[in-house]
Design a binder for this molecule. Structure first.
Ligand SMILES: [Ca+2]
Length: 259
């Protein structure tokens, strides 16, 4: 018993250490205060081509999530990669939903001017149903054209969906979507350049909302999505890439624990 625990503990420590080594300065990831931020006046956004964070690929584990959080609904589950040959690494995120009332999301905080948004990408895999995760940007400082909730601080979510941008991936196949910033987006709130959930280019939204800044980016399924099973991985924002992984010795336990 003690021997087994020592072995598992060693594996966890090794993985955590490897992740820390692979991740240059985690300070950016740990300053996870922007999700509820809003106190910033927009004068200190670092933005830039890096997306305001560190560059390179960082593995994300259930016990080492670098600030990834569900902002709507619950978090996805860390699961073994459903199709390793086409996936990234040995793990992925399970965004499956059981009903139309369920929402699954995972977001990472950032401090990036919307006009600097670029290098947006992710990979998706549909196993059951035909629902793909959407890539979303949580924004403050947008030019809201309504007076609804969050209008005073210019809140909205900008949404990129595969089925509005060339179509969902074929079943049981990993597909990587890149250069999302060149695709069609819609805004969950009415803002300058994007009202009534019409789909427009992100460039048009940027031009009409020069003071908007991204506080979080991530993936979401639902609500309203029918019962389905889909996976995602390999989320990129600027030069920052995230590889969602399971702990080899604890994969089944960590997956079922979810959150
Ligand atoms: Ca992975």
């Amino acid at each position: 018993m003690a021997k087994r625990n020592t072995r598992i503990g060693g594996a966890v420590a090794a993985i955590a250490a490897a992740a820390i080594v692979a991740t240059a300065p985690p300070a950016a990831a740990q300053s996870a205060d922007m999700g509820s931020g809003g106190s910033n006046d927009g004068s200190s956004w670092d933005g830039g081509s890096t997306g305001g964070s560190f560059c390179g690929t960082t593995p994300v584990f259930p016990i080492l999530s670098w600030g990834w959080l569900p902002l709507d609904g619950r978090a996805p589950k860390f699961v073994p990669n459903p199709d390793t040959p086409g996936g990234t690494g040995s793990g992925a995120l399970d965004f499956g939903v059981a009903s139309t009332s369920e929402t699954v999301s995972y977001y990472h905080p950032t401090r990036t001017a919307l006009v600097q948004a670029g290098g947006l990408a992710f990979s998706a895999y549909l196993e059951e149903g035909n629902v793909a995760p959407s890539y979303q940007l949580k924004v403050l400082g947008a030019e809201r054209t309504d007076t609804g909730d969050g209008a005073a601080v210019g809140f909205t979510s900008l949404v990129w969906e595969p089925h509005y941008n060339g179509g969902n991936p074929p079943a049981d196949t990993w597909q990587t979507f890149t250069a999302l910033e060149e695709g069609q987006w819609w805004s969950t709130r009415d803002i300058a350049g994007a009202t009534g959930r019409q789909r427009v280019s992100l460039e048009a939204i940027k031009a009409a909302n020069p003071n908007a800044r991204i506080t979080s980016y991530g993936l979401q399924v639902g609500s309203g999505a029918s019962a389905s099973t889909q996976f995602a991985d390999n989320v990129t924002f600027g030069c920052t890439n995230w590889d969602f992984e399971v702990l080899p010795s604890l994969s089944s336990g960590s997956a079922s624990s979810g959150s």
